[in-house]
Design a protein around this ligand. Sequence first.
Ligand SMILES: [Ca+2]
Length: 407
Amino acid sequence: MNKKFFALAVIPSLLLASCDLLDVLLTEPTNSPEQNKEDEKKEEQKKDEQIPDALAFYIISAKFIDEIGHLKVNYECNYGSPFNINGHPFSHLNITGVLAKEVDSSNNAYFTLLSPIIQTTLKFEFYDTNENVYISCRFENVEPYNEETVDPAQTITYPEGYDTLYWSDEFNGNSLDTSKWTYDIGNGSNGWGNGESQYYTNHNETVSDGVLTIKGKKEYVESFAYTSTRIKTKDKVSFTYGYVEASIALPTVTGMWPAFWMMPNNSSYGGWPHSGEIDIMEAKGRFPNNSSSAIHFSADSGEHTYLTKEKSGHNIATFHKYAAEWKEDSISFFIDDVKYFETYKSQWTTVNAPTSETAPFDKDFYIILNLAIGGHFDGYRLPPEGFSETSMQVDYVRVFQKWGLNY
Ligand SMILES: [Ca+2]
């Protein structure tokens, strides 16, 4: 097997040396000159013995060893292992957001990834003890578990400038993957804060032929006249920044309010709207050629405020790609790769971090898919007489990031 060379980083020894000196001056002013001399000598010895001029890391192979995302990576490192580089302060190895759980004596590192089948390019990161990425490197030929039936490269089109698939659900199974999603059940408080008329169940959705279908039905449950489903990745998959895309076909029945959106995982800046909300796609069923995007946050005064834009000219009943590109300084929205709305950090605020330039859109968010019925978005309109059911279909949800950026 060909060995490939993937990363080389020269240790900034001059910088290290001057930092060490500064550290000595700041933290040990009362030491005797002899003690200082001895310490310096020890430091020098330590560097001579333990810090290489360059660190090289070779990935020999990376292979999924089962269907549920267990990955085995065989590597060589010219200076110890990723977990024990002879005293050099690397604390851990991370691969596209997931920590290695174990390293064996044959230089195999073991990971559990969220997207086992379709991930063919992986990003490795060595961290130092201050949680800074020290080396980033990539490996492009990850072997899927079953090469016979899956050609991972064929199914994914990367957005321009993005080369890492951080997470996705392709809906290839026969039921909702509950390692990725959880249900919101019921009608929430005041229709999930929106005056929605449906009751969300854990069974109005199906997964088949590679597509998630969420059904909105005329059906009485509890005291509500409609049922539907709402799913989210909260506490399972959340992230900061990236290109978030789903291919979705929407219902065109009056009263339908389908959405693909994101909420903060930890609400670090306080309850809604202070920690933000990113609505990648919302639609009103009675307008079959329109959808919109929005971000919500709080003004300096603490009042709810938002930026939104509607786009028309696409038939929402057929599949279209709806996406948000979320960066530190902007959030932009796309339909079928065409940008139609951009917001900038100078427009964002939250009352609970008034001096931050990037708050509240600088923390981990999670993804939500739902089909609401009624609610304030389209003036509490309900489906017409005789309505029985309709649906929203999702081919995939993907989160892309850029290799080399420390997301
Ligand atoms: Ca699919």
